[in-house]
Design a protein around this ligand. Structure first.
Ligand code: IMP
Ligand code: MG
Length: 180
């Protein structure tokens, strides 16, 4: 990697580690949803790269939709009040839905999304999160598929940003603002 892209911090999960884990998650979903056609809902923007890789690790006739949400409040702490910036195109009634999220921190965003999506009448609704930050979630989140549990550090790369930067890093890095 040249210096134009190199972020301040260290690699937490390599491209290879992420790829291996996503293959396992894809296989698990393929087994669990045999003879079904789940609808993957990607939460923009952070999940876009993960969604693309996860989808290709699933051997089922899946369909895709995307949502964009933004939380009110300041940038570093989620308030739990979420605004839908881009809504779904596809009707959820009778569908087996899998929400694809980049990272669960407090879980407030996901809690809101789950309630909102469940009210639209899907047959089932599960979550496939790439990352869960250990010890931060308030209540029971019922996460069926989790890629990795990570330490408290802020992370960037593999779709995740700080101020819209670093999403295209192939590895996941911990971000140290004091070096930026
Ligand atoms: P929660 O509502 O506290 O669970 O926050 C989850 C959302 O905050 C994620 O979907 C991300 O968009 C963002 N987020 C939380 N932690 C990080 C991080 O370490 N890097 C980049 N985005 C993050
Ligand atoms: Mg997100």
């Amino acid at each position: 990697m040249n210096d134009q892209l190199k972020p301040p911090g260290q690699i937490l999960l390599s491209e290879q580690q992420i790829e291996n884990r996503i293959k396992e998650l894809g296989q698990q979903i393929t087994n669990d949803y045999e003879n079904k056609a789940p609808l993957l809902i990607g939460v923009l923007k952070g999940a876009f790269i993960y969604m693309a890789d996860l989808a290709r690790a699933i051997s089922l006739p899946i369909e895709f939709d995307f949502m964009a949400v933004s939380s009110y409040g300041n940038a570093t702490k989620t308030s739990g009040v979420v605004r839908i910036v881009k809504d779904l195109d596809i009707d959820l009634s009778g569908r087996d839905v899998i929400v694809v999220e980049d990272i669960i921190d407090s879980g407030l965003t996901l809690n809101y999304l789950r309630k909102n999506l469940e009210s639209r009448g899907p047959t089932s609704l599960e979550v496939c999160a790439l990352l869960v930050r250990s010890g931060r979630q308030v209540g029971e989140l019922g996460l069926k598929y989790v890629g990795f549990e990570i330490p408290p550090d802020f992370v960037i790369g593999y779709g995740l940003d700080v101020a819209e930067k670093y999403r295209n890093l192939p590895d996941l890095w911990s971000y140290d603002p004091s070096l930026d």
